[in-house]
Design a protein around this ligand. Structure first.
Ligand code: SF4
Length: 379
């Protein structure tokens, strides 16, 4: 079992908070598609023939691809990879790209799930973030996608934005149920070093983000979501029962995946690799030298275990001690159990059916807890 992630490194305009890899020049889009096909050819054996359960087109903005371009890439994957057990095919899309005509042609591709970058149902938040769409377009895109037959929808929301009051945040959340959206991801606005938002805040041209407001709105979120029928199944992800994101859930379970495209990451159970985060270098090395430019690292036993701890503790299924024992042995398991006691005492973690699970009280500190749960390398 495995997944394929494909990074489409183009956006119409740069959102101020974004530190993903993308270019706002679409001039080399055609060559990029050719380079992606070349990489798919070169990487054919990376997953050792594992059956592909999920395909995920992320970015950047994959909805800048035409449906024909999506078909060309998809057909190549279907011909050259083992996709017999494909369960989910997600495409990230921005609201301003989703009109009826495009959605109709998208339905004729293999895409069966859309992840729509809504971020907020408030105009001032979208302006603060320099998003390319407005509230009306977000509302229209969701309804048009549903009308076109995309029932498996997820949207992204951002909280902690300066000016977003608790009442505004509650309003944004109420829109989810009103629009019958089965899955959503909610992220705190974070100011990453070197982003336009970081510069603007440092030059006092943008209002800084308030960590206290962010924490309070996360607490509101985890209180409100279950009342609206959503399960909080991963720190940033919520779904009505059964509508979990298969691709992401597999990633949190440590299932191998192949990342295609500039800046994409891959993991095959032993090695982690990441492609060059530069469109020109990516295209030129693939199309002129038939070579993929990447860096990699072979994970040590403890690094592999710690990745599992980090991702599994973020989910409602928790860190499975039976799996830890089976995959890493008794001594590592003893370390993990020992490291968990301080958090159990604080009631930030419980053990249930041999699984360590972070409680609601601990969720705000999930990354810190995971970091302190890490096992040391055994000699
Ligand atoms: S659309 Fe997405 S990837 Fe592109 S700049 Fe905005 S947040 Fe970043």
């Amino acid at each position: 079992m495995a997944g394929i992630y494909l990074h489409i490194p183009f956006c119409k305009q740069a959102c101020t908070y974004c530190n993903f890899h993308f270019s706002t020049s679409l001039q080399r889009k055609g060559e990029m598609i050719q380079a992606i096909l070349r990489e798919l050819e070169i990487q054919k054996d990376y997953l050792e023939g594992a059956s592909i359960e999920t395909i995920y087109f992320g970015g950047g903005t994959p909805s800048l691809l035409t449906s024909d371009e999506i078909k060309i890439i998809t057909e190549y994957i279907f011909k050259n990879y083992n996709v017999g057990s494909l369960k989910e095919f997600t495409l990230e899309a921005n609201p301003d790209d989703l009109d009826i005509a495009y959605l109709k042609t998208l339905r004729a591709t293999a895409v069966d799930r859309l992840s729509i970058g809504v971020q907020s149902f408030r105009e001032s938040d979208l302006l603060y973030m320099h998003r390319a769409h407005n509230v009306q377009q977000a509302d229209y895109a969701i309804k048009a996608a549903q009308d076109a037959g995309f029932t498996n929808l997820t949207i992204d929301l951002i909280y902690g934005t300066p000016g977003l009051t608790d009442a505004d945040w509650k309003y944004n959340l109420s829109q989810l149920a009103a629009l019958q959206i089965p899955h959503f991801s909610a992220y705190a606005l974070t100011v990453e070093e070197g982003t336009a938002l970081d510069h603007a805040i440092k030059k006092k041209k943008a209002v800084p983000v308030d960590a206290v407001q962010s924490a309070a709105q996360f607490e509101m979120l985890i209180e409100q979501a279950p009342l609206m029928g959503y399960e909080h199944y991963e720190i940033s992800n919520f779904a009505v029962p059964g509508m979990y994101a298969v691709h992401n859930t597999n990633y949190w379970r440590g299932i191998p995946y192949l990342g295609i495209g500039p800046s994409a990451h891959s993991f095959n159970g032993k090695e982690r690799r990441w492609n060059v985060a530069n469109n020109a270098l990516y295209i030129n090395s693939l199309l002129q030298e038939n070579k993929l430019t990447y860096e990699n690292e072979i994970l040590t036993t403890a690094q592999h275990l710690n990745e599992y701890i980090m991702t599994s503790l973020r989910t409602m299924w928790g860190c499975d001690l039976d799996k830890v024992r089976e995959d890493w042995g008794n001594e590592y398991t003893a370390q993990v159990i020992e490291n968990s006691y301080q958090f159990r005492e604080k009631k930030w973690m419980i053990e249930k059916d041999n699984k360590l699970i972070i409680t609601d009280a601990g969720k705000l500190f999930a990354d810190r807890i995971a970091g302190e749960m890490f096992a040391d390398e055994m000699k």
